[in-house]
Design a protein around this ligand. Sequence first.
Ligand code: FES
Ligand SMILES: [Fe+2]
Length: 312
Amino acid sequence: MGRRFPFPIPNGWFAVAWSGELAAGEVKPLRCFGRELVLFRTESGRARLLDAYCPHLGAHLGVGGTVCEETIRCPFHGWRWDGEGRCQEIPYAKRIPPAVAIDALPVCEKNGAIFAWHHLEGAAPDWEVPDLPEFVDPTWTEPEPFEMDLATCLQELGENAHDPAHFVTVHGVADVPRSDAEFDGRSKVSINRGSFQTPRGPVETVIRGESFGLGLGVTRVSGIADMCFLAMNTPVDEENLHLRWAFSVPRVGDSTRAEGVGRAFMNEFMRQLQQDAPIWANKVYTERPMLCDGDGPIAQYRKWARQFYSEV
Ligand code: FES
Ligand SMILES: [Fe+2]
């Protein structure tokens, strides 16, 4: 549990790297979910994620470990581990001790990123990372990446979409956006209608956000122009997040103009994020908030979010 928030790290799929950051044969130390991990890509091209510490004598596999075919070789005594965390070879022993294993996290790769399934009780994935058709559509631009660290937890970040009143005070939008939300199983949809600031003044805009667990969100904007982005928000530990967002817009005529519009939207979302950041970094979570009739569906959001936490 964190100090400011009464939540463990939630269960679900979370991005741990961009696909392009991990070439075949590459090894990376990672810190996320409050754990030390090692990410590697096998010679056949499969991304794998294991606990970082070798059960033999504790070396960090992400620091000096090397990929050997479909395994990672420990830098200390050369034991080889496959992507399921099984020991495949001890170069100087005749027998592999029977119970020896490293914890392996399920991994999937799509939309230009590598995702890991984190579950505090070790349960298997029970939903899938969504595919973004726009990201493989040649009439849409290549997704443009953005990254940022934030001193908060996913529960707080997710509440943002259901809190229309702060868009006026924090983000300077003209009126409180009209906000609807539907909570359905593992996913939820929020629709915010309102005016967006542009250099030509406020423009009526619809922002539709679909969430998959607490760490993945697909946002589609329509109104002034179309755009979509995939927000991949990953817990580093109970009180810190690493955000990876990827933006795409339709190519219209000359792609320079399309990219200009996309970049303007991207900048607006990043501007809003930077406005929220100091509030999140310093606030506490109020278990029993004093809500009023103008507030959004914060209570429903909190009820929906509960399913992603293990009792710890
Ligand atoms: S610590 Fe990894 S092989 Fe010895
Ligand atoms: Fe906000």
